[in-house]
Structures are given as C-alpha cells and as structure tokens.
Design a protein around this ligand. Structure first.
Ligand code: SAH
Length: 368
C-alpha cells in the first residue's frame, strides 16, 4: 500500500511509525532482526497507550529503543485548536504535516460521547447544503491522519470521559477513500494491539456511492446512507455529483442487496430543508422508498451556515414530517443539532468564505 511504502522507501527521512500498518511494522521489526512479537508491542504503544516518544516504550530494551529512534519517529499532530460550544460539543481543528487542516467533533450526550471523524480534507462531492462541499477536494486523508483525530481527541478528554461511539460523518465522503477508511477501522477494532472497539460502536455514513456499499459489509460497522431526497430530480439538484454516480433506484437496490446480519439495520439520513424536501408528499415518498429494508431513519434539521440559502424548518414542520413517517410504522428520530455555535454540527465543517469568518469568530472561544 502506498502510505506504507512512502515511509519505508527512503532512509533519508525517518519512518513515521503511525503510517505503518501491521505488515509494514512487521517488516521494520524484521529489518532490525527482532522477534516478531515486537510488532504487537510497538503497535500497542502507539494505539493503546498513545505514546508520543519511542523512549516511552519501556518493554523494549534501551538499545532497541535507540535503534528504533534512529530510524523512526511518532510525529503526532502538533497544531490543534479546540472550539467549545455552549452545549459542551468540542470541535478540534488539527493541522496536518502539509499545513492543511482537518476537523473532528466530540459530542457528549447523556451517557454517550460520540466522536465525529473526517476522512478527506474537503470533499469529492458537491452537496448544496454542506459547507465541506463548497471547498472541493483538497486530498484524501491517510489512515494515520484518520487515527490521529481519534488519538488527539482521546488525549484531550477529561479523566472521567470515554469515547463511546465513532461516526465517520465529518469532512469528506468516506467511501471515496475506502482503503484508508478500512485500514483506520482495522486499527480501531484490532483487539491485540489496536483500540479494540467493537465495530458496532462505529458508523460509516455515505452520500450514496452505491457500488461501494458492499465493501463496508465485511468491516462489520454500521452503515448510514444520506438519502436527503425522494425523487431523482430533487436529489440531482441537491446532491448533483453523487446522484450522477448512482440514481435513487440504483442506490436503494444496493441497500436492499446489502448483507445485513439478522439483528442489524441500515440508517437512512434525511436532511430537512424548509420548503424544499419537508412536505407531506416527501414524507410519503420516503416511506415507499425504504419499504422492506430493515432500517431506521434519522431526520437532520438543516444546520444553517453563512452564505447558504437553505433554511431550517420550524419545529412544527419537523415534527409533522416525523409523525407521517412514524405512522407508517418506521423508526424515525430527529437528530439533535449540537455544536452549531462553533460550526461543529452536521454539514458545518470546513472553511468559511473569508467575508463570513469574522462573523463566526465572534462566537467561538479557541483553546489550545
Ligand atoms: N459524506 C458523508 C458524510 C458526511 S456528511 C455523507 O454524505 O453521508 C454527514 C451527514 O450530514 C450527512 O447525512 C449529510 O447529509 C448531513 N449534512 C450535510 N450538510 C448538512 C447541513 N448543513 N445540515 C444538516 N445536515 C447536513
């Protein structure tokens, strides 16, 4: 894999230990002539103990640590600004090694603490209601850059806090960066040396890259599909790029074919835009579209951001929509909007046009 070769190819730059997958780490350990169990030991230091320095790896001998440090480093993210919302949501803005920034959001809610992670800087897609979509795609994140969001968030938790759920719903389209996504999920779920999380605590959300849904199934994580519209015309106007790749019919056919284990369900997300897709007719079409699929529906009232013309429906309109869907016997929930004051809610991640940035900056409290 490219990200692996990158860091082992040249000895002029030290290898980034976080950039190595298990196989790459195994090769490094072999190059040193060490026993194979060193691979797991080093990986445990990186992911379970979040070591920032090779010298912390005390179950390696002094000579081994010196040898490793002569060829490798753990270049964890240096720049991190935290924006705290009045509702206690925290948005972390991380600066990557090439100066680009990526955002990750910690969302506490009763006894849950959800981490919302990004997979791309910007996004491949151009959904008209999403701030990230206005940035275009800057680049895909590498597996270690996805993991660094998790490790950095963990570093900054209060002692009593523990991340309970992880959602790939930050910046970017996860299924457009499948290889890095799968590798990050392996590191999150590996019990021997990784974080050891159950894949059931992890959700991948896609705007609808239908042909790739099947690649998510073997990972055992939950799958959410951002439907957002109930006719192709409507979807093409709201989500032109993705609807051009797969029509609603193709997308729903892929959902029906998805090999769900017996007790699991798909999630359909539906952003509610006032006067656009929140009518009773939309609700009725939504019911028909998902008929026969084991699923639940999450309604996401639109989170407004400066410069975007869409509006959030009234509470009355939101609950009227929910009632119609519920009366059809479907499980339908309204997603609470969290972190809106720090632009940390769904669809609010990314760079605002400079003329709006100052307006928003008056509402935030940066902390390092
Ligand atoms: N690209 C992936 C994941 C990122 S978006 C996807 O599309 O699923 C995560 C969720 O936020 C999606 O359901 C998306 O439709 C929704 N969303 C995007 N912009 C939004 C906004 N401004 N307000 C509310 N939800 C939004």
């Amino acid at each position: 894999m490219d990200y692996e070769r990158d860091s082992l190819a040249s000895h002029t730059v030290p290898a980034n230990l976080l950039a190595l997958d298990e196989e790459g780490m195994g090769r490094l350990v072999q190059q040193f002539g060490w026993p194979r169990y060193r691979t797991g030991q080093i990986m445990r230091w990186l992911y379970q103990r979040r070591a920032k320095d090779i010298n912390q790896m005390t179950d390696l001998g002094h000579a081994e640590r010196t040898a490793l440090a002569s060829q490798a480093t753990i270049p964890r993210v240096t720049g991190c600004t935290v924006f705290r919302s009045i509702d206690h949501t925290r948005k972390l803005v991380l600066t990557l090694s090439d100066g680009l920034t990526v955002e990750t959001v910690l969302i506490p809610d009763e006894n849950r603490l959800t981490l919302c992670v990004s997979t791309q800087v910007g996004c491949t897609l151009d959904c008209g209601f999403c701030l990230t979509g206005t940035m275009g795609l800057k680049r895909n994140l590498k597996p270690h850059e996805i993991m660094e969001q998790v490790l950095t968030a963990q570093d900054r938790l209060d002692p009593s806090e523990r991340i309970t759920n992880l959602v790939f719903m930050g910046m970017g389209e996860p299924l457009a960066n499948m290889e890095a996504l799968s590798e990050a999920i392996r590191r999150l779920t590996n019990k021997r040396w990784g974080l050891g999380w159950s894949p059931r605590r992890i959700t991948v959300s896609t705007a609808g890259l239908a042909a790739r849904l099947k690649d998510i199934a073997p990972l055992g994580v939950n799958l959410a599909i951002s439907l957002n519209a109930t006719t192709d015309d409507q979807r093409a106007s709201l989500m032109p790029a993705v609807n051009g790749i797969a029509s609603l019919r193709t997308l729903l056919a892929a959902c029906r074919r998805y090999p769900l284990p017996p007790t699991r369900r798909l999630t359909f997300e539906y952003v509610l835009l006032a006067g656009v897709n929140d009518h009773a007719d939309d609700a009725r079409r939504l019911i028909k579209l998902v008929r026969g699929i084991a699923c639940k529906i999450n309604l996401i009232p639109f989170n407004e951001f400066p410069g975007n013309p869409f509006r959030r429906p009234s509470e009355g309109d939101i609950s009227a929509f929910q009632t119609i869907v519920r009366q059809a016997g479907l499980d339908v929930f309204v997603r609470k909007s969290r972190g809106r004051d720090v632009l940390g809610a769904c669809g609010q991640l990314g760079n605002l046009a400079p003329q709006y940035a100052e307006h928003v900056l008056t509402q935030i409290e940066p902390r390092c």
